[in-house]
Ligand binder design. Structure first.
Ligand code: NDP
Length: 457
């Protein structure tokens, strides 16, 4: 930070490359402490989350629920006739909202005192970046360039879309194949199916959502299938051809083929470091291209730091925010200088949602001698009249020895909203006795978490 009566030899104290979640938070917070900050962003303000990730995805998830809701309303005496879906309305309203958010991000940066370059920046030295051919110096450089969808190199790769393109399709596809078994694939299969596309979800393994609790994965597969998504596990696409009429033909490993109007690949995201100049300057990256950093987010070049998806620890917006804030506190302020990666709650916005915090049953059994499993499965009250066959799963894992709650998982409506609160309890070290002594809110689904009396295993 520049000190009064000490003139810095650099143009800026901190130069942030990338105005996504992590970069913007770090830049604003530092500028608010009097640090001279510049930010460069070549694509869109707000990064992946705002433009081609969390925000537009959640808007589309809301949209996809409506079709079901109209249908379910009949059981409550409300009849909606002539319900149609107009994709351009959804897409364009989404774009209007994202444009508004881009403006908010711009104002947040400028009003906090950051200088904003809406251009590509590359690193040209330990204390130097190049923006539009102009050399700019900074005492410290922060790499916050995020990630980029990875699409495997298969014949016909040029015909597929990724999460970068899916939000702005010209027409809504009638038939979609979504390939992958992670967050994005499962969420988009739900969106497409909910909005009326015939949807196939293709995953190379036995069961999607690797890394989640096994029972949660199985339960989610059952529920997602009920919503009309055709699950095709243990297979992969070998090649894709485009017919003269524009129809895509996917050829699977067993030689079978299937037609689709769009094929979406959600096969992971890789750190966005290409052409950034990191190698030339000597910033170490790992084999996936992720920038290697210390606990304090320092790279192998001491004046260069990195946070968020580009360090590929946990690809989640709130984690990038936490990393940005920890870094700024470490460099310029007071308070917690590292990020606690323990007990990160997360949600998959499939239908119904998955919300999860803490250990899976498999992890709990590996780490603790005796684990009690509490489990509740039911049809939510709403669906007694709606006619929907959707079921809800709630699960809690408890260490028998200490009574500590090790993990809580839910598949059901608003699981993300519910698990956020439970995560606070787990962070505070809540025992099962604390859950038991908590009075429920009736009638809710969430009250099940404080009324699970007997372990099932
Ligand atoms: P993930 O890493 O979660 O999943 C990638 C999927 O693609 C896996 O199922 C993987 O299979 C499969 N895959 C990888 N390579 C191939 C290949 N060559 N052929 C076939 N399948 C392949 O990535 P996503 O793209 O879904 O999302 C990226 C990240 O973004 C997530 O990890 C998450 O952190 C974040 N995100 C978070 C959201 C949220 O919080 N709600 C929403 C969306 C994204 P396998 O399991 O066999 O390796």
């Amino acid at each position: 930070m520049s000190q009064e009566n000490q003139v810095s030899q650099y143009d800026y104290d901190l130069f942030v490359i990338g105005a996504g979640s992590g970069g913007v938070r770090a830049a604003r917070m530092a500028a608010g402490m009097g640090v001279r900050v510049a930010v460069a962003e070549e694509r869109y303000l707000g990064g992946t989350c705002v433009n081609v990730g969390c925000v537009p995805k959640k808007l589309y998830v809301y949209a996809s629920h409506y079709a079901e809701t109209f249908h379910e309303a009949a059981g409550f005496g409300l009849h909606a006739s002539g319900v149609t879906f107009d994709w351009p309305t959804l897409r364009d309203n989404k774009t209007t909202e994202i444009t508004r958010l881009n403006g908010i991000y711009r104002n947040l940066l400028i009003n906090s005192g950051c200088e904003l370059f809406e251009a590509r920046a590359t690193v040209t030295g330990p204390n130097e970046v190049s923006v539009d051919g102009r050399r700019i110096t900074a005492e410290r450089i922060l790499i916050a360039t995020g990630g980029w969808p990875h699409v495997p190199d298969i014949p016909g790769r040029e015909h597929v879309i990724s999460s970068n393109e899916v939000f702005d399709l010209e027409t809504f596809p009638r038939r979609v194949i979504v390939l992958g078994g992670g967050y994005i694939a499962v969420e988009f299969a739900g969106i497409f199916a909910g909005l009326g596309a015939r949807t196939d979800l293709v995953y190379r393994g036995d069961l999607f959502l690797r890394g989640f609790d096994q029972e949660v994965r199985e339960f989610t597969a059952q529920e997602v299938a009920k919503k009309g998504v055709k699950l095709r596990f243990n297979t992969n696409i070998r090649s894709i051809k485009k017919a003269d009429d524009g129809v895509l033909i996917a050829e699977f490993e067993d030689g079978s083929t299937q037609e689709a109007d769009q094929i979406m690949y959600a096969t992971g995201r890789v750190p966005n470091t290409a052409g950034l100049g990191l190698e030339e300057v000597g910033v170490a990256t790992d084999k996936s291209g992720a920038v290697v950093v210390s606990d304090q987010f320092q790279t192998s070049i001491p004046s260069i730091y990195a946070i968020g998806d580009v360090i590929d620890r946990v690809q989640l917006t709130p984690v990038a925010l936490a990393e940005g804030m920890a870094l700024v506190r470490a460099l310029y302020g007071k308070g917690e200088k590292t990020v606690d990666y323990d007990l990160i709650p997360t949600a998959v916005f499939c239908q119904p949602n998955i919300g999860t915090v803490g250990l899976t049953e498999e992890q709990a059994r590996e780490r603790f001698a005796k684990v009690d499993v509490y489990r509740s499965e039911f049809r939510a009250m709403k669906h007694t009249l709606s006619g929907s066959q959707e079921r809800t799963l709630m699960k809690m894992l408890v260490d028998q020895e200490t009574d500590r709650v090790l993990g809580v998982h839910m598949v059901g409506a608003e699981a993300g909203e519910i698990i956020q609160g439970i995560a606070v309890a787990l962070k505070a070290g809540a025992t099962k006795a604390v859950f038991d002594s908590t009075i429920g809110i009736h009638p809710t689904a969430a009250e099940e978490f404080v009324t699970m009396r007997e372990p099932v295993r």
